[in-house]
Design a protein around this ligand. Structure first.
Ligand code: 5AD
Ligand code: SF4
Length: 472
């Protein structure tokens, strides 16, 4: 299913350091939340070697590009970024400073050899399954003076070899990501994930619980469980039995102080009765679910190898809403999959009208080399894709506005996580992930409080704290 991909460049990880670290590390992250999590973990494995985050690449002894391959010209973006980094590396070299450049993530996995051929100044190429070997790769790169490439799927599980995520990683954060599952066996026709992230695998329950406990102890109140197919989670339980996501959620809900649990990204086929029941039983499970459907025509869903029909999706949504009436949905859509006719596209529009989405991400189909759809006939012309995307996005925007409008005048719980943009403001998230701003004192940051929503802005809500909270 993949994660939500912004396609935008990069989250720059790094703190403006006044101190000069032993070695500077600059990580540039593209793509999904899974990559954000992985970037943090790469920082963890490199910390014992003396690497500390720095804010800019020219101050870095090591630069990691953590890449995404899901759509559009991913590799080209990486090569253009590498061109920029090459200049930095050369300038540093002239000043007598070495720089290790590493390319990680899904582009590395898919196009490792091509990267080394086109960008010979890259020192390390590593796939998503080999981060735990980074220290050894850094040592080899320094020794050999040649490039190191690790893009196989090792027999050992990287999670068994990664250091425990330390509390400082999440200190001062009230929300956190926690990867519990990786990879995908679904092989949707259009998607590279099964090839770049490999087969589905789940972390053992105790390891997930231990990490969640550490996060909560450091102040985290809202945990998003991550996985390419997160609801296909099947982790080894403490008693040797296999636990599903529902069972894990019930256990996590026992952690005192953890008031919000989310998970993404889910596949409709794995939305089982136990998980639907968990939405009924656990107030901690947030009433907001990212459940991509991709298309609304059964013919296209079959061509996509999705393994469900449009009506089966409608039925899952109906049962979820029965279990949790305030549940809102988000989804991903692809327009212009090979073979998609006007009639097929209309079926997608109809599904959107029937379900009503609070949020959605929609994309033009982009052929990924090596995937079945890329080689299929009946590719849809670009101008047709453009027109369909515009029509779909207009409808989805309307629905998003309508959903946000339903919250105006209501009182909802907001978890405050930071200061707001304007002085005297604090900002947080609603259960449905919208940013919410209120006027309020800073000491309320970290608390979850009732807010009456007064206005909806383009991408956020503004509200007022309920009287008793202001003096709290
Ligand atoms: N073309 C367009 N969109 C894609 N996605 C995945 N592969 C492709 C592709 N080849 C979208 C899907 C997925 C999201 C993360 O990215 O909608 O759910
Ligand atoms: Fe999701 Fe399908 Fe890609 Fe698997 S193959 S990550 S289910 S879109």
């Amino acid at each position: 299913m993949g994660q939500r991909h912004s396609g935008a460049p990069a989250i720059m990880t790094g703190t403006p350091a006044n101190t000069s670290p032993a070695r500077g590390l600059h990580v540039i992250t593209w793509g999904c939340q899974m990559n954000v999590y992985d970037s943090a973990r790469m920082g963890d494995v490199l910390r014992p070697l003396g690497y500390q985050p720095v804010a800019t690449p020219d101050a870095a002894d090591m630069i990691i590009l953590n890449t995404c391959h899901i759509r559009d010209k991913a590799a080209e973006k990486v090569f253009s970024e590498l061109g920029r980094l090459r200049k930095i590396k050369e300038a540093r070299e002239t000043a007598g400073q070495q720089t290790i450049i590493a390319v990680a993530g899904c582009v590395a996995q898919a196009e490792g050899q091509e990267i080394l051929a086109r960008a010979p100044y890259v020192d390390i190429v590593l796939g998503p399954q080999t981060y735990h070997r980074l220290p050894e790769m850094v040592a080899r790169a320094a020794r050999a003076g040649g490039a190191v490439i690790e893009t196989d799927f090792p027999a050992e599980q990287k999670f068994d070899f990664l250091p425990e995520a330390e509390a400082p990683q999440t200190a001062g954060n009230y929300t956190a990501f926690l990867t519990i599952q990786e990879g995908c066996d679904k092989f949707c026709s259009f998607c590279v994930v099964p090839y770049t992230r490999g087969a589905e695998s789940s972390r053992p329950v105790l390891s997930v619980l231990a990490e969640a406990r550490r996060m909560v102890e450091s102040g985290v109140k809202d945990i998003s469980l991550l996985g390419q197919n997160v609801n296909a989670y099947h982790g080894e339980g403490p008693d040797g039995s296999t636990w599903g996501l529902a069972q894990l959620a019930y256990e996590l809900a026992k952690l005192p102080g953890l008031s919000r649990i989310r998970y993404m990204t889910s596949h409709p086929r794995d939305m089982d009765d136990a998980l639907i029941a968990a939405h009924r039983d656990l107030p901690q499970l947030m009433p907001f679910l990212h459940l991509p459907v991709q298309a609304g025509s059964d013919r296209i869903l079959r061509a996509m190898n999705r393994g469900h029909t449009a009506d089966e999706y409608r039925d899952i949504v109906r049962r979820l809403r029965e279990a949790r009436p305030d549940l809102a949905l988000s989804s991903d859509f692809i327009v212009g999959h090979p073979g998609e006719t006007d009639e097929d596209f209309e079926a997608t529009m109809q599904l959107v009208r029937d379900v009503g989405f609070a949020l959605a991400y929609s994309f033009k189909y982009s052929p990924r080399p090596g995937t079945p759809a890329a080689g299929a006939g009946m590719q849809v012309p670009e101008d047709v894709k453009d027109a369909r995307l515009q029509a779909l996005q207009a409808l989805l925007r309307e629905q998003q506005d309508a959903f946000n409008a339903t919250l105006v005048g209501k009182t909802i719980p907001v978890l405050f996580t930071s200061e707001g943009r304007k002085p005297g403001q604090i900002a947080g998230r609603s259960p449905w992930l919208q940013p919410v701003h209120v006027s309020g004192p800073k000491h309320l940051i970290g608390k979850e409080l009732p807010v009456r929503i007064v206005e909806r802005l383009t991408n956020s809500l503004s509200g007022v704290l309920e009287e008793e909270c202001v003096s709290a």
